[in-house]
Design a protein around this ligand. Structure first.
Ligand code: SF4
Ligand code: SF4
Length: 351
């Protein structure tokens, strides 16, 4: 892998160069928070490792909150038209956990049952990641998503003080660096600084899962009746914040909207969330998960049992967005899973 060094003083020129060629999005400050937004100026960008997480994850660039799937006409014969047009877009600032989250979604939406819109949007995304340090909600170390994944980025930056070390992941990444001002090969000392940063990160986690993530599917088969689910779910507000801010949730609802002539319409999809009371409601009015405890427990089983059994990996990157956005503080997977598992280990009857 090629590794370069880009001085921070030259980073602005690098971004200006990109903005002359592509639409560029990146992490910008919004009040007290950070969001991914389209850049109008490189000065909007928050290019260092100090921001902790964005409100919405970068999956929105491949799987938007709401999107048109197709337009249809019933005028004569029924016809349909897919109106999606994509172009290469550069997104700057993804942390390693979010890079892993995109790979998890790619496993499902890009490979197992390819979703045409996901596949086309993902292929058009040029990704520039950046390393970070955890806060009290992060647990990517326990999910093994703390390092940038192979094949998960075009460029990846590590902040070493006055400069970034830039790992070049793809040919497209190398092209993004064309004409970058002041670019040079990274020295051994600078590569050592990258390792030191990663060591510091590993030592900084405040949350740790008490078992290995690959043990979770088997462990959870025994804990379906744990009293912890009921105890935690009794505090749930059914607001769905843990779902809509999640980096790896990908459930959606599909709606057809007719125009007033009743001759034409659009089929749209929008994010849905399994914690919302109507999520499992079906046409005749029945609801397969009408009780809060069933919805609450389902979220954990989906991420740590059902999808791992199917795809061989947990579907949580440890980003902590669910934890930050849950008012009663019952959504952090590590806290909840430790409670369920440790409760059993320490002798409580859970099944
Ligand atoms: S469950 Fe929480 S920590 Fe895991 S990916 Fe979703 S938002 Fe991030
Ligand atoms: S964010 Fe918290 S309160 Fe809201 S649905 Fe999720 S678990 Fe329930």
């Amino acid at each position: 892998m090629d590794r370069k060094t880009l001085a921070k003083d030259d980073f602005r020129g690098f971004v200006v160069n990109l903005m002359q060629q592509y639409p560029v999005s990146g992490v910008v400050q919004k009040g007290k928070h950070h969001v991914y937004a389209d850049l109008e100026s490189p000065d909007q960008l928050c290019p260092d490792s100090t921001y902790l997480r964005t409100i919405l994850p970068p999956k929105k660039y491949c799987f938007p909150q709401r999107e048109e799937l197709l337009r249809f006409s019933t005028a004569d014969d029924v016809t349909t038209r897919d109106a999606l047009e994509v172009c290469v877009r550069v997104v700057i600032g993804l942390h390693p956990c979010d890079l892993h989250a995109l790979q998890m979604l790619e496993t499902s939406l890009g490979s197992d049952r390819p979703d045409d819109h996901w596949v086309r949007r993902r292929a058009s995304l040029a990704i520039i990641g950046i390393d970070c340090l955890p806060d009290e909600h992060c647990f990517c170390g326990s999910m093994r998503t703390n390092l940038p994944p192979q094949n998960g980025y075009d460029l990846f930056l590590t902040d070493i003080g006055e400069s970034y070390v830039v790992e070049v992941g793809t040919e497209r990444g190398a092209e993004l660096l064309d004409n970058a001002p002041g670019l040079r090969a990274a020295t051994d000392h600078e590569l050592g600084q990258v390792l030191a940063f990663r060591d510091k990160k590993v030592r900084s986690f405040q949350l740790e899962l008490t078992t290995q993530p690959e043990n979770l599917p088997l462990a959870l088969t025994s804990f379906r009746n744990s009293p912890v689910w009921e105890e935690q779910a009794s505090k749930c507000l059914a607001c769905g914040s843990c779902n809509v801010t999640c980096a790896t949730c990908y459930c959606f609802d599909v709606l057809d909207r007719m125009d007033l002539s009743l001759k034409e319409g659009v089929r749209e999809r929008q994010w849905d969330g399994c914690l919302l009371p109507d999520f499992a409601k079906v046409a005749h009015g029945g609801n397969f998960r009408s009780k809060g405890v069933a919805r609450y427990r389902h979220r954990f089983y989906r991420k740590f049992e059902y999808l791992p059994v199917r795809y061989g990996k947990v579907f949580c990157c440890g980003c902590g967005r669910c934890s930050v956005n849950c008012v009663p503080d019952i959504a952090n997977p590590v806290k909840v899973l430790n409670k369920v598992i440790d409760g059993a280990v320490n002798g409580r009857r859970t099944s």
